[in-house]
Design a protein around this ligand. Sequence first.
Ligand SMILES: Nc1ncnc2c1ncn2[C@@H]1O[C@H](COP(=O)(O)OP(=O)(O)OP(=O)(O)O)[C@@H](O)[C@H]1O
Ligand SMILES: [Mg+2]
Length: 247
Amino acid sequence: MINLSEKKEHLIEVKNVQRIFSMGEVEVQALKGANLTIDEGEFVVILGPSGSGKTTLLNQIGGIDTPTSGEVIVDGKNITDYSSDELTEHRRDTIGWIFQFFNLIPSLTASENVGLALEMAEDMEDWEIRAQEALALVGLGDKGDRFPAQLSGGEQQRVAIARALVKKPKIIVADEPTGNLDWKTGLEVAQVMKNLNQEEGITFAVVSHDISISEMANQVLYMHDGLIYDKPQSAESAPSAKKVVTE
Ligand SMILES: Nc1ncnc2c1ncn2[C@@H]1O[C@H](COP(=O)(O)OP(=O)(O)OP(=O)(O)O)[C@@H](O)[C@H]1O
Ligand SMILES: [Mg+2]
């Protein structure tokens, strides 16, 4: 039992996480002892050069991959110790994912694409109403019957956001969510995410190079060579340095 009188725990804690990929003789140290804490309701942006370990980090939080050493604690549970069944449950119930390429199924309507997340969770009750509600939250209440090819890039990404949020996850993890969109459309998609953060209380961990997204963050983290810093470590991530908001 959680003792409610105790100080509130962080929603996400990554503690000294290493992730080593072994490929024959060669070892790649993607994470070298990464640490971070994210509290409930935060909107956290992670910046860093290609290959610095950002996706590997999100995969640890999202239960897609497990650390070589260290601990990942999400919502008070040490997921490092999880069995594969427990990890499946974690991916399904606690985390919503948004990717750079929207990964919508072309032969399904927007509403059916969103409903698919419920079907996969074997939680189909009232799926059409819930899909419709999720689409309304991202401003697509009137476009549920459209197929992906009948939607703009920004609208397709908003369908993908609706698909991530229809299960009402505590946390949404996004890997370059605006990387495939022009600046203006990216800003609209970023604003949809920020609204969900503020109105629905969903915690966001977002990997992005997009300045408009880092401006929305209440914590900006910088990855460099498998480690996480609170200040930029390389010229590539430096332009956003002035955007850091300290609490
Ligand atoms: N499954 C894997 N097997 C072997 N090496 C991997 C694997 N996944 C990632 N790596 C390596 O780990 C390092 C970190 O990769 P990661 O994908 O986390 O970087 P990233 O910061 O997300 O980069 P990008 O901005 O290009 O997406 C890289 O050197 C990559 O080649
Ligand atoms: Mg990546």
